[in-house]
Design a protein. Sequence first.
Lengths: 278, 296
Amino acid sequence: MRALKKPKAKDYLLLVVAIVLAIIFLYPVLFALMSAFKSNGDILKNPAGFPTSLYTQNFVDLFAMSDFSTAIINTVILTVVSELLIVCIVPLAAYAIERRKSRFTSFIYTFFLAGMMIPFHLYMFPLFKEMKTFGLFGNMLGPIVCYISGSVAFGTLLYCSFLNGIPLDIEEAAMIDGCSPFQTFWKVTFPLLGPCTGSMVILNGLNIWNDFLMPYLVLPSGRAKTITVEIASFVGQFTARWDIVFAGTIISIVPALIIFCMFQKYFVKGITAGAAKG
Amino acid sequence: MLHQKKRGIDRTALAFIAPALILYLLFIIVPTVSSVYYSFTSWDGISPDIKFIGLANYKEIFTSARFGNALKNTIILTIFISILENVFALALAVLVDNVRWGKNFFRSAFYIPVLISGIVSGFIWKIMYNYNFGAINSILTQIGMGNFKQDWLGNTSLTLIMIGVVLVWKGAGYYMIIYLASLQSVSTDVIEAAEIDGASPWQRFRMITIPLISGAFTINFTLSLINGLKVFDQINVMTDGGPGFTSETLVYLLYKVGFTEGRQGFGTAVGIMLLFIIIILNTIQQKFLRSREVQL
């Protein structure tokens, strides 16, 4: 009914407020985007203005002066491998918790969720010591196992709340037809959890993509680590070459933006489902 | 069939849970529990000789000015962030919910800063805050407000607030999504009934919408407090805890003493204090805020 009404003064007012706020929220992103295509002199002379031409030398310099391609590859490997393993491990645990309810599984649920309260900074020193004993310090495997264990709490929460809404009938039919619990899960239930998997992979993957402290401290020094770690080190290293750092920030932001534009609804679903039960 | 309770151990459930449980125990619970032990030692992070020194680290925590300063900074930053994030997030959610054109565009615009990493957002704002070459001072000069020009991060009375601004900008969109979902679940019948009864828009918002979204408020406020306590990346890239110790928070203190001063035992003791604060906040949330929620 509302859509049929003629726009009122209030509607125009709200639109103006929304536009002003959108400009404020997007300005820093635009600022980074514009600066990445300006020469260093231009950034210093005219920080707030638009670039005069599409200047791409910054990206050429970025790859020539640092090992940024290794950093990109490392970031992609960490994100993709961790997410693949998380998808193999976490939904299975959530399924057992939600579908095979017992005192044991409900204890595990609470136990996992308590993990959300523990800040990484609290246990990082003993964690690194432990990783050294297992030979996980100084290679990619270290961050990967930590990302998996770090995703157990939020992942369980998300999958359990989605599993709640999936009817049991289909699973029961599959069991009667002779599927083992393991087959029933992967062949029948898991495909139905698609939207949940999407939400978890996207929200969690973004955290890994953007993570700083873990790769900074765990990956071997003297070599390029990840995109964010490289950017952080540029800030100290190229104090006079902001143009190069901005080129790096664009490479960090753009993939996240593309994923966001393609899978917006998964972001919204994941955040709201996580909040509803947390 | 599926809900049948069995006696003894449910082997299937155990097998399904085992991989997650083992990793969770090994890489979260074991280091957490052992950090309790390390907090009673003089561990330096390198030498294998770890001495038990009893409560010395905790004694230092309660007497040292540096810890007091870090605690004060953490409280200021966390409260600043939590209040402003929630005010902005709720305002943005109401705006997106009511704007007539471009709902999707505006929702995305306010969410985009959430996608940016802590390090990158810190760097972008650090450059914008720069005294001589930053966009903020340049814009102020252009619009004739040049006397408001500041060394935004160098002015010690502003440093923490300026870091807080970055975090509010980066975080508000996340909480907006939660408020928005909550606002959209408020039934229009109730609102329309109040409208017919002659309630003004403000009264309807204050008396109906606010109580009904109190659940979202509880979760957002708790999340923003906990996230505020854990801020690290922006401080690392923008100020490194400085100037002096003006922006050194508990997490940053913990990192500095552990990695640059070789005092990981003391660092873990600071971490234990942080965990205590988080547990207290969670308990308050459960006891106080939850009880005030309204459900239809």
